[in-house]
Structures are given as structure tokens and as C-alpha cells.
Design a protein. Structure first.
Length: 301
């Protein structure tokens, strides 16, 4: 992906959303010709020269120091995810030796699958930064059966099932995700964050190209240049077999596999969601019996 274009559009979009009043600056009348702050105002707030900031916003972050990046981040009131994104874009603009150019993992070690299978009362699954589903326990396989069975997003001989492909390319996603609009917005923002971290991942570039070509909604979200961490929260799913489930989720990095995330869903005790997970476990067991001889118990494909 074009680093200079990412830098240029990210900085310009962050500058456009901040008013002089929000930045603590006088507005100097109501006929401003730019949306948000002017470049010279950002430079003033960041403690850099106007020429230097203009060069940055034209896409050149090469050689920018930590102090300069922090100053710009403070001036633009970036949140934690946006600050990390800016730092990642700066690293990608540096010498080739400092650039991260490795592909995301596509498999997991057998012991990780064993860990997943040891978790018997909560859906648990592993994804890479591109949102490919790499491994699941039986309950997660049952919970995400609409994704795995999707004609456009499910696994094939050449690629893993992918949740973001499901969100944007399968109409069934609007039924499955109760809060679809938020889920779609977050999914694009998470991919944009990864594009800054790993801009040379060919499979990520292919995925973004596919989604951009086939989904107007994705193009809109991608163009916003928003970025987001996906660490914890609540997710409401409407499962075709057990109905609506209001679940807590935790997304955790694996110290031994830093490019992978363990997603774990739980239900608050004594709630309809807790009963729903028990019903889902029963449904999963029945489905496994029905599929004996045609589906491997550990095969998410």
C-alpha cells in the first residue's frame, strides 16, 4: 500500500475534524475556508515549523522523531489507536530494514488447538490480523456457523474463512450481527490499523482490494481512515438455531504468537445469553453427530 497516500489522507482527515475551539485557538471570524484546523495551526500546536508540517502532511514521515510525532499526535488529539497508527506509518516510511514485511500467519500450532478444545463452556477461536479464522473450539464453530458456511466468506481450498469478508459481502451478516452498522465500521477500522502496521502483506492488500471492488459501504469506511483497537466489549449475535445472544468478548494477544489473537466470548451468569450458550452447545453436539464421517471435528474449513 502507498505509504505516502496513507500518511497524507490520515493526517488531513484528523486535522479536518478538530475545530479551533476544540484546540483552544481563536477562530478569527466565521468565514474559514478549511474544515477543521489549518496546517499552520497544527504546526503551532505541535511545535514544528509550518514547512515541516506541510511536508509531513504531503506524505513524508521519513526521519520524523518520536518528539515530533508525539507533538503532532497531541495537536490532532489522537487516541491510542490513532497514535499507534501514526507511529506505524512513520516506521514504514523509514529505511527498508525497519519495515515489517512478513505475511500474517495462516496456521496455528497443534498445542494452540489443544488449548481451544480445553475451553468447553465458552466459544473460543484464533484469528490473524487480516481476520482470517485459523482455529476454533466446537462451541465457536457452532456460534460462527453462518460465517463458516457462507458461500462468499467461508473457507475454500485456497483461503480461510474471513469475518470481514462475511460482514461486507454476505447479506446474511446483517441478520447475524444485531449491531451491524457498528460491527462494519469497526471491522474496516481494524483492517486500516493493520494496513499501517503491515503495509506489505500481499494477502491483506488483496483482501482490501476485493472488499473495495465489491462493497460501496467498505469503500466509504476505508476512505474515512479511522482506526480502532478490538480488545473487549459486548457483541450481540442472532444465531439461526438459538436466537439472540448478548455476549461479552475479550480479544487477547498470544505472547508466543504475537500476530494472532484469541477471541473468547462469555455470557453473564443467569441470563438468557447463558442459557443460549448451553442450548448452542447442545445444538453443536447434535450437529457434530449428524456430520460424523463428513466433517473433521477440528476442521474450520
Amino acid at each position: 500500500m502507498d505509504n505516502r497516500a496513507q500518511v497524507r489522507e490520515f493526517l488531513a482527515s484528523r486535522r479536518a475534524r478538530i475545530t479551533p475551539d476544540q484546540a483552544g485557538l481563536p477562530a478569527y471570524g466565521g468565514n474559514r475556508r478549511v474544515k477543521g484546523l489549518r496546517r499552520e495551526e497544527v504546526a503551532l500546536l505541535a511545535g514544528v515549523s509550518i514547512d515541516y508540517y506541510i511536508r509531513m502532511e504531503r506524505g513524508d514521515l521519513a526521519g520524523a522523531s518520536e518528539a515530533v510525532l508525539d507533538g503532532v499526535a497531541n495537536a490532532l488529539q489522537l487516541d491510542e489507536a490513532e497514535r499507534e497508527h501514526l507511529q506505524a506509518l512513520a516506521r514504514s516510511a523509514g529505511p527498508a530494514a525497519t519495515r515489517r514485511a512478513r505475511p500474517s500467519p495462516t496456521t496455528v500450532r497443534p498445542v494452540i488447538q489443544q488449548v481451544l478444545d480445553a475451553i468447553t463452556e465458552a466459544p473460543a477461536w484464533i484469528r490473524n490480523a487480516r481476520h482470517d479464522i485459523l482455529a476454533m473450539n466446537p462451541l465457536a464453530r457452532a456460534l460462527y456457523s453462518p460465517v463458516l458456511d457462507s458461500a462468499v466468506a467461508g473457507a475454500t481450498a485456497k483461503r480461510a474463512a474471513n469475518t470481514t469478508r462475511f460482514i461486507y459481502l454476505d447479506p446474511a451478516a446483517r441478520e447475524f450481527f444485531v449491531d451491524y452498522d457498528r460491527i462494519a465500521t469497526d471491522a474496516a477500522a481494524m483492517l486500516r490499523l493493520e494496513a499501517g502496521r503491515n503495509p506489505h502483506d500481499k494477502d491483506l492488500i488483496t483482501l482490501v482490494g476485493e472488499l473495495s471492488t465489491q462493497s460501496e459501504l467498505f469503500r466509504q469506511h476505508w476512505a474515512s481512515h479511522n482506526v480502532k483497537f478490538h480488545r473487549s466489549g459486548r457483541k450481540r449475535l442472532r444465531h439461526p438455531a438459538v436466537g439472540e445472544l448478548d455476549l461479552n468478548f475479550e480479544a487477547m494477544e498470544l505472547p508466543s504468537e504475537p500476530d494472532l489473537r484469541l477471541n473468547l466470548y462469555t455470557a453473564d451468569p443467569d441470563t438468557p445469553a447463558a442459557d443460549g450458550l448451553k442450548l448452542l452447545a447442545s445444538w453443536a453436539a447434535t450437529r457434530a453427530v449428524d456430520n460424523t464421517g463428513t466433517r473433521d471435528a477440528h476442521d474450520v474449513r
